[in-house]
Ligand binder design. Structure first.
Ligand code: ZN
Length: 183
């Protein structure tokens, strides 16, 4: 299958209106003007005209983007032109299905819960984890590290980042990547 991703652009009758704006991939070319496509969100197969399909273009070189499976939950859209500056860099993502996306988020949430509690829906603190956390906080580098993170957080907040973005980007590495507060 050709992995180039297209958006169906026509909506001038009820049948087409249902497909408008949705992403699809070409399965095979039936005639010079029309192909069988599969819509990526529901897996429906349709035979549509080539003129109804618009590729999603790369931000840098303008080539059509392709879609690859990233993990069980997500697909990434990226540029396949080797000479492009953004070659292989993600330029968008899609949940492979509503269910898979949800399951992925739940597993991730579960992992976070497991880090701090006994798991299995038990809300009490996991003693092993608690001890590990106490040891981590007792290390000599912990306080300076935390102070630096807080400082970076406030620096980012002053620059107009949201709380969530400021938390996620407050590490030294991310600050250098963003080009702010290098010291
Ligand atoms: Zn490109």
């Amino acid at each position: 299958m050709n992995n180039t991703i297209y958006i169906f652009a026509w909506g001038n009758n009820p049948q087409r209106a249902k497909l408008k704006g949705r992403a699809c991939k070409i399965l095979e070319q039936d005639t010079p003007n029309s192909s069988e496509v599969v819509f990526v969100d529901t897996g429906e197969h349709e035979i549509v005209s080539h003129r109804a399909l618009r590729p999603i273009r790369c931000r840098d070189c303008g080539d059509p983007l392709i879609e690859i499976d990233f993990n069980r939950a997500y697909c990434l859209r990226l540029c396949d032109n080797f000479h492009c500056r953004l070659y292989g860099e993600p330029q968008g993502l899609r949940e492979r299905s509503k269910q898979e996306g949800k399951a992925f988020r739940q597993r991730r949430q579960m992992k976070i819960v497991m880090r701090f509690t006994a798991g299995q829906g038990i809300k009490e603190v996991n003693p092993d984890r608690q001890q590990a956390n106490i040891r981590r906080k007792a290390r000599p580098g912990y306080r300076p590290w935390l102070e630096k993170k807080k400082e970076n957080y406030h620096k980012l907040r002053d620059l107009g980042y949201s709380c969530k973005d400021a938390i996620n980007n407050s590490s030294k590495k991310r600050m250098i990547e963003l080009g702010v507060g290098v010291n």
